[in-house]
Design a protein around this ligand. Structure first.
Ligand code: NDP
Length: 448
């Protein structure tokens, strides 16, 4: 572990003391603080105004009971969370995650990352995140609906288009957002489209939102490749996951001339040397909500493996799009040894700190999630703009805006890294550029 700047070490100690047992949150805070040494040296006013100590403390944390009745008439109890982390730049904004692993430490890590990600987009959105330890897998549609209605009954008191605007994340897609929005509309007796993003196209959603995180991830990596006179053409790519982010990342890589040869879910991974058939993958994972092994059963060029790591598959470019800490030190060594030259995080914090250090020392370009996957939330902000003006834009126009935003984020990260003497260091560039904008707004707003 590297040493933190003397002004930052006490901030981290306080985080450890105040948030015991929340290892993912500790990791996310450390990764940001590690980049901010040169910033506090240059800007003692940030330290004087306790910006660092304030930014690691959420403005508000809500934890609530979510009771619901399953199909066998048993009462089930889950726990719901919403962490409203920072609203210096705009209303809290960030997704909801439904997964059995969800607890306060995961919601706080995601909410903390979201502050800087949202700042990097240049749009007027603060950071927040929420979710539940509910597992939609294996539940009937009726059970998912009853859970979502109960969850929203409590959450509705805390959100609003000017307060806090949730969206989807792991386990929360179009179906869940529909039930959540339906219940909000019923409770408030108002069609307040701007209260949620990721809505369906017939009820206030935006074109490209579904594709945005995956497409945006690849637009960002395409900019990295352009900056070194290269492109996706002819590249061999591995994408982990097979959910919303992974599917559209795979589609965009293949549109740009690369071949995605492997993807995964929590049961294992498939290798398909002919290139992933996106339509088949969508049918297996989105339509039938099945397991990835079914893809291999239906496609002769593919094989399924439940043992080992997807990162053993040799590639030029690796794009982790599943979940936090899915790529560890040994995976990073394998990727580097197999000739991988670029890793871009489609998921949030999928790379462990030790793995990121391997990439840095092996000369593998590493682009962090808070910059790379910001296209999802940026398009959510475009959805909010359309809702506010009661307008709806075409796919082409929205996609052009997304591409332009991702190019802007790339350039902001690269220029900031240069300015702080860390050329090519996208982690430092993203953390510093994201932080500075929030810190300036917090200074302007006074001690609140
Ligand atoms: P989905 O629920 O659509 O898909 C998640 C995928 O990851 C599934 O294939 C799932 O497999 C797999 N997965 C989940 N947990 C694990 C695990 N422990 N081990 C292996 N695979 C796992 O989620 P999203 O695609 O929306 O989100 C993926 C990542 O991207 C998350 O980190 C999320 O925070 C991040 N992200 C998402 C955004 C969005 O707009 N959706 C925006 C920005 C970031 P299985 O089907 O077996 O569960």
């Amino acid at each position: 572990m590297t040493q933190l700047h003397p002004h930052l070490a006490p901030v981290f100690d306080e985080v450890l003391h105040r948030n015991p047992g929340e290892s993912e949150f500790h990791q996310a805070v450390f990764e940001v603080l590690e980049s901010l040494g040169p910033v506090v040296t240059k800007r003692p006013d940030y330290v004087d105004a306790a910006i660092l100590r304030r930014i690691v403390e959420p403005e508000r944390q809500i934890i609530f009971r979510v009771p619901w009745v399953d199909d066998a008439s048993n009462v089930q109890i889950n726990r719901g969370f919403r962490v409203q982390f920072n609203s210096a730049l705009g209303p809290f904004k960030g997704g909801l995650r439904f997964h059995p692993s969800v607890y306060l430490g995961i919601v706080k890590f995601l909410g903390f990352e979201q502050i800087f990600k949202n700042s990097l987009t240049g749009m007027p959105i603060g950071g927040g995140k929420g979710g539940s330890d509910f597992d939609p897998k294996g539940k009937s549609d009726a059970e998912v609906m009853r859970f979502c209605q109960s969850f929203m009954t409590e959450l509705s008191r805390h959100i609003g288009q000017y307060t806090d605007v949730p969206a989807g994340d792991i386990g929360v897609g179009g179906r869940e957002l529909g039930y959540l929005f339906g219940q909000y509309k019923r409770l408030t007796n108002a069609y307040e489209s701007g209260v949620l993003t990721g809505k369906g196209l017939t009820w206030g959603g935006s074109q490209v939102r579904k594709e945005a995180t995956g497409y945006g991830t690849i637009y960002f990596l395409d900019e990295v490749l352009h900056s070194r006179g290269d492109s996706f053409e002819g590249k061999r790519v591995v994408v982990s996951g097979s959910g919303n982010v992974a599917i559209y990342a795979i589609e965009k890589v293949q549109q740009l001339g690369g071949t995605v040869v492997a993807c995964s879910d929590s049961s294992g991974y498939i290798v398909d040397e002919a290139g992933i058939d996106v339509e088949l993958l969508q049918d297996v994972k989105e339509v039938r909500r099945g397991r990835i092994a079914e893809y291999a059963e239906r496609r002769p060029s593919a094989s399924f493996t439940s043992e080992g790591s997807i990162w053993q598959v040799a590639c030029d470019i690796a794009v982790p799009c599943a979940t936090q800490n899915e790529l560890d030190e040994s995976d990073a060594n394998t990727l580097a040894a197999n000739g991988c030259t670029l890793v871009g995080e489609g998921a949030n914090m999928p790379t462990t700190q030790a793995a990121a250090r391997v990439f840095a020392s092996a000369g593998v370009t590493f682009a962090p999630g808070k910059a790379v996957n910001a296209g999802g939330v940026a398009t959510s902000a475009l959805e909010m703009q359309q809702n506010a003006s009661r307008d709806s834009w075409t796919f082409e126009h929205t996609d052009d805006r997304l591409e332009e935003i991702m190019k802007g984020i790339h350039d902001r990260c690269a220029e900031t890294a240069d300015e702080y003497g860390r050329p090519g260091d996208y982690v430092a560039g993203a953390n510093i550029a994201g932080f500075n904008r929030v810190a300036d707004a917090m200074l302007a707003l006074g001690v609140i």
